[in-house]
Structures are given as C-alpha cells and as structure tokens.
Design a binder for this molecule. Structure first.
Ligand SMILES: *Cc1c(COP(=O)(O)O)cnc(C)c1O
Length: 405
C-alpha cells in the first residue's frame, strides 16, 4: 500500500535507514565512546536476529514464560453502551508481569546473553521498565543495575521492592531533581564506563539507533498476533486501531501490524490537566523538532530549549518526547495523534472495569477513552485497542485520589 509517497510494502526494510533515521528523525547523537557501543549492538542485532536459534528461543520464551499469544477480547457490553461500533482489546494486561514492556525486555536480555554480556543496565521512572528488565535478568541469570532518582524511589516503593526481590541492584541517583532525566544521564554514564561487559536496555522506542528499531521489532509481536487473531475472530480487518503513546513502544508494536493495511491508526497522548506547557505530556501534538537523550524527534521544550516539565495522571506516559518513528508517521499523516484528558481517562478506567471485568492500567485507559469517543463519531464499524497493561499497579493511587466509583 502506498501512502503520501511512502511504499508500505517495503516499509520495514527501508525504515529506519542504515544510520537509524526515519526521515529526518532518529539517528544517534551521542559521544564517540557510546557510538562504538551502539555500533557493536547494531551489528550483533542484525546478525543474531536472523539466526534460527535466536528466533526459536525467543518464540519458546514468549510461549512458555510470558504466556503468549495474549488473546483479543470483544467488549460486548461496552460496545453496546456506546452504539453500533464494536470494540476489541488486545490483552497485553495478560502478558507476564501485566504489561507489554516484557516483550522488548526479554528480547534485549536474550540479545545480551548471545553477545556474552554479564549485566543489563537501565533507568526507570515509575519503575515499570525496571521491574520488566529485572524479570528478564532473573530469567537469564544476568546482573541488573537499575538507576532511579531519589524522589522516584520514595514514590514507587512497591516497584523498588519488586526489583530487589527479583535480584536487581537499584542505584539511587541524587543529582538535580532526582527523577527520570537524571536517572537517564546516570545510567548512560555508567554504561559508557562499562560497555564491554554490559548492555543498556532502553524502555521504549527511544534513544539512539538501534534502540527505536530493536524495541519496535521486539514489540511487533503484538501487532502480528493481533492482526491474525482479529481476522480469525471477525473475518475482516478492524476499521481503526488505537494505542496510547508515552515513549511509544506498545503503540509501535500494535501499529506495525497494520501500517500496510487500509486501517485508520490513532496514537493517543495524555492531555493531563490541559493545554498549558507543564500540564500535559502530548509531545507530538504540541511539541517541535529537537534532540534529547541521543535522538532527534518532536519534543516539548521550555524557554531555554531544554526538555520541558511534563505531567500526566499516568506515570508511564509522562515523557517530554516520543520515539522518532512516531514523529515520522505523524508528519507523514499515516498515524493520527490526538489527546484525551485525565478526567476522560479516569472515566474510561472505571467504565471498562465495571462493564467488562478488566481493570486497565491508567496508561492504557487513555486508549480506551479515545476509542469510546471515536466509536460515537464513527457510528459503525470496529475498533481494536491495545490494552497495554493491567491496573493492579494503580490501585493505591486511584483509591487515594478518586475513591471507589
Ligand atoms: C510504560 C507503559 C506505557 C507507555 O510506554 P510506551 O513505550 O509508550 O508503550 C503504556 N502502558 C503501560 C501499561 C506501561 O507500563
């Protein structure tokens, strides 16, 4: 299928290019030391990902350890309450650890094993990526250093405990505002010192090449499964596909299965409390081109051109940029990026729980909220939503802030 001059039949072969660019976005804006390390990973990935041993081991892990394929569920009662459009969810909440992040962490850790590395390194904000990577490290018997700001350690005690139970070393970062940005810097610095024995594992389709490509490829299992399951269940393609976008990994995984189909694709960003800078984290909707954390994309900037403070009710979505491939698909118009507010999201959280018996993560509730609005607009047809994770991790926050509705 061709769209605005791009041939999607050969899309995955051409994007990213050999330097990691999706159009003008992506690349690797890093020090020479780190560049060497990234080149080593890129080369290893291109060799290993084609080996039948790697592919069959990853397949076996997905089936026997993660519980894949995750199903698709038809949301009959929610659909009926909205009109004639039929809504379906891809159940990444049923993936081991309760979200999609393990899909790329298992891939990255298996790559580390094949490369003979002893340790995996990462940063974490809310702790979800740290827990997923600590899980993968435990499975493969790798050491695991997770960098986390002091403020986040205090806020995310249960995830810190999970990482420690899984055998990870949680490294406290006391610099600056003591949150995600400082944790990224500290983790990258540690990796630059130790790249011979370790590998950095990025938590989304972000960072320097080859990570946006690698994480997309590992997550594409979601879209490939979903497309086949949806065809089996309904005999046709969905009219629309919807996913929430933080860094953009669950969305890229789902979208990659449908880019070459006549399907409308929607990425949903958090509008938070409103349109004012600092009140949301909708980088693709309100941001401009810029470089941070080693890649060129669309980002939210403060008056000095630095990454702006962001906010969302969903801690997994509060990042001031999104993956370079999303910036590319945004400019191309192949994917439409739109926003929902905190209030719409929390309504969707309670509605899906009450009508369908599925308590979604607050991140995923953004996609559900958007699909509920879209269903009313469309009037007929079908929508497939990526339910990126389950809401158990959000219970304490929901009860404290919103009570039980
Ligand atoms: C981390 C997280 C997200 C956001 O990350 P993406 O890379 O944008 O997918 C979304 N949903 C859940 C459940 C998460 O844990």
């Amino acid at each position: 299928m061709e769209y605005n001059g791009i041939n999607f039949d050969t899309y995955f072969k051409n994007y990213p290019d050999e330097n990691g660019f999706f159009g003008k976005y992506g690349g690797a804006y890093i020090t020479e030391d780190l560049k060497k390390a990234m080149e080593e990973i890129t080369e290893a990935y291109f060799t290993i990902c084609k080996s039948s041993k790697f592919i069959s081991e990853l397949r076996r892990i997905r089936r026997d350890f993660q519980g894949r394929p995750t199903p698709i569920s038809h949301l009959e009662r929610l659909s009926e309450s909205l009109g004639n459009v039929q809504l379906y969810v891809k159940r990444e909440d049923l993936n081991h650890t309760g979200a999609h992040k393990l899909n790329h962490c298992m891939g990255e850790a298996l790559l580390a094993k094949y490369m003979g590395k002893k340790k995996v390194i990462a940063e974490t904000g809310a702790g979800q990526h740290g827990v997923a990577l600590a899980t993968a490290a435990a499975y493969f018997g790798l050491e695991c250093d997770i960098y986390m700001g002091t403020v986040d350690i205090a806020k995310q005690a249960p995830n810190v405990a999970r990482m420690k139970i899984l055998g990870a070393n949680v490294v406290e970062v006391k610099e600056g505002l003591q949150t995600l940005k400082e944790a990224v810097d500290a983790a990258f610095a540690a990796y630059a010192r130790d790249y011979k024995d370790s590998i950095y594992c990025i938590g989304s389709v972000l960072g320097p090449h080859p990570f946006p490509m690698m994480v997309r490829d590992f997550q594409s299992v979601v879209g490939i499964e979903a497309r086949e399951q949806f065809m089996d269940m309904t005999g046709e393609l969905p009219d629309a596909v919807v996913a929430c976008v933080g860094g953009g990994s669950n969305a890229m995984g789902m979208f990659s299965g449908f880019l070459n189909d006549p399907v409308d694709i929607y990425g949903v960003e958090p509008l938070g409390r409103g349109e004012k800078l600092g009140d949301h984290a909708a980088s693709l909707k309100y941001g401009t081109e810029g470089i941070m954390h080693g890649f060129n994309s669309i980002m939210l900037k403060d008056e000095n051109g630095e990454p702006a403070p962001v906010y969302s009710v969903a801690s997994g979505l509060d990042y001031p940029s999104s993956g370079p491939e999303h910036a590319f698909l945004h400019d191309l118009g192949r994917v439409k990026y739109d926003v929902v507010s905190d209030d719409e999201t929390i309504d969707a959280f309670f509605t899906l729980s009450r009508l369908e018996g599925i308590i979604p993560a607050i991140e995923s509730s953004h996609a559900v909220a958007y699909a509920m609005k879209l269903a009313k607009e469309m009037g007929k047809g079908s929508i497939l939503i990526n339910l990126s994770g389950r809401g158990d991790k959000d219970m304490d926050y929901i009860i404290e802030k919103y009570g039980i509705r």
